[in-house]
Design a binder for this molecule. Structure first.
Ligand code: HEC
Length: 149
């Protein structure tokens, strides 16, 4: 009788460890899927807040709280920071051009080096979020008619 109890417990333990061994990785897998499982269209849902706070931290010193190009550092600058609320101008720029400037700094697009590169501070995904955020400031998108470089 005692032997049998022991066996039961032994098998129960084996069963339980199987459950744990399979259930935990499955749960982790699920979580991963949730983090990256978004379509292009809603890619930045929920990331808007992150983009906004990144902008507030890294961009407003030059580009200003509302993106008008009048941040506290702007006065001392030879080339004024771009006005991100200027829809007429920004609709001449493609998302890719904006991304390159934010990632590689002004010189990446032939602009002044006082627009610093952010590839060492922000991930590619965060930089895409910045492009999208700038698009909300200008309330504009790229239109082909403009004279894009
Ligand atoms: C140290 C000041 C400074 C900071 C910080 C800064 N910028 Fe700029 N930015 C500039 C200046 C100056 C220009 C204008 C460059 C020129 O006209 O040659 C510019 C231009 C731009 C442009 C215009 C690109 C185009 O196609 O005309 C974008 C977009 C931009 N900045 C985005 C950002 C974002 C996003 C951040 C924060 C992640 C940021 N900048 C932080 C100074 C700054």
């Amino acid at each position: 009788m005692k032997m049998r109890e022991g066996r039961k417990i032994f098998f129960l333990i084996i069963f339980a460890s199987f459950l744990i061994a399979f259930a935990i990785p499955l749960m982790a897998e699920n979580k991963k899927a949730k983090e990256t499982d978004y379509t292009d269209k809603d890619a930045w849902k929920g990331k808007d807040a992150e983009a906004k706070s990144n902008y507030a931290m890294y961009c407003t010193p030059c580009h200003g709280d509302t993106g008008k190009g009048n941040g506290p550092q702007a006065e001392a600058m030879e080339v004024p920071p771009r006005n991100h609320t200027d829809g007429n101008y920004l609709s001449t720029r493609t998302d890719d051009q904006l991304l390159k400037v934010i990632k590689g700094g002004g010189p990446a697009m032939g602009f002044t080096s006082s627009m610093p590169p952010f590839d060492n501070l922000l991930t590619d995904e965060e930089i895409k979020g910045m492009v999208k955020y700038v698009r909300t400031l200008c309330n504009c998108e790229y239109k082909k008619i403009g004279a894009a470089r």
